[in-house]
Design a protein around this ligand. Sequence first.
Ligand code: MN
Length: 323
Amino acid sequence: MATGSLYFHSPCFDGIVSAVLSAELLERVHDWLPLEPRAVNYEVREQWLARTLGESTAIVDFLYHPQAKFWADHHGTAFLNETLRAEFAVRRDPFLIYDAAASSCAILLWRRFGPDLRRAGRDFDELVRWADKIDAARYDSVEEAMVSTDPALRITLALSLGDAGDLPERLVSALRTAPLEQVAAWPEIHKRFERGRDLRERGLERFKRAASLAADGIVVFDVDAADTLVSRYAPFFFFPEARYSAGIVRGASGAKITAMRNPWREFTPAPLGHIASTLGGGGHQRVGSIALSRERASTAVDLLERLLAQIRAFEQDRAQRAR
Ligand SMILES: [Mn+2]
């Protein structure tokens, strides 16, 4: 039987939910061929545009491709070059949807097509709510981000272990009809979740010894994360009053410098993505990071110092303006 393709970003809960929504929409409401889910991630970047897409191809939560018949994304980096961005800007097609201000691809799709799906008897409110919360990191508390066992968070941690095989594709197929709770209870999800929880606990112990809170409210750390999972929220788990975290996470393939503002405190932070971009990295307002290969990992301490200096300069300016 002929089939179409549905590319979705993975491992990512938002990518999976976006695939569920678009599969249901295209197959049930618009009579597309059955869509085969295919997980993709940014490793395919270099070859993405060289790929020839089949007649019935949808792409969600991932890079724009001019041959896609259905496309939705919210990443600032959706267009691989300016020509594509310009070409897209003049296309008028209700099946090509882009909004860099949307907090998740799932919410973007749900706002646009939720009424059609509801009329077809498909309600995905709960899935969309979780996808949006996770993608936008809009957690109620650091505890919810770190130790909660809600079904969507169990699946997210299970996926974060890597080597997931075709688990993301099977999740898309299952979540089209089965309740979230039931899917999260799959033995393989449970097993991966338990392993993820152990690794995360080890990561926390390691982080605790490698971090300290500076007098100006920045959690500074240099942690070896090999064989553990170090949560990006660990700094605020130990230092809930901190304003920022900035540090080095070292692994087998190199090192990563990351900076984040405390998402549970109200204030206008230094532009962390911009600061990181001046040092060879990227990000957005609330989080910046710089990836370093193993060969360049020795520059990490120096780069972190320069990043900290820029955050501190911003904060001093702010203090002066307030005076
Ligand atoms: Mn997303």
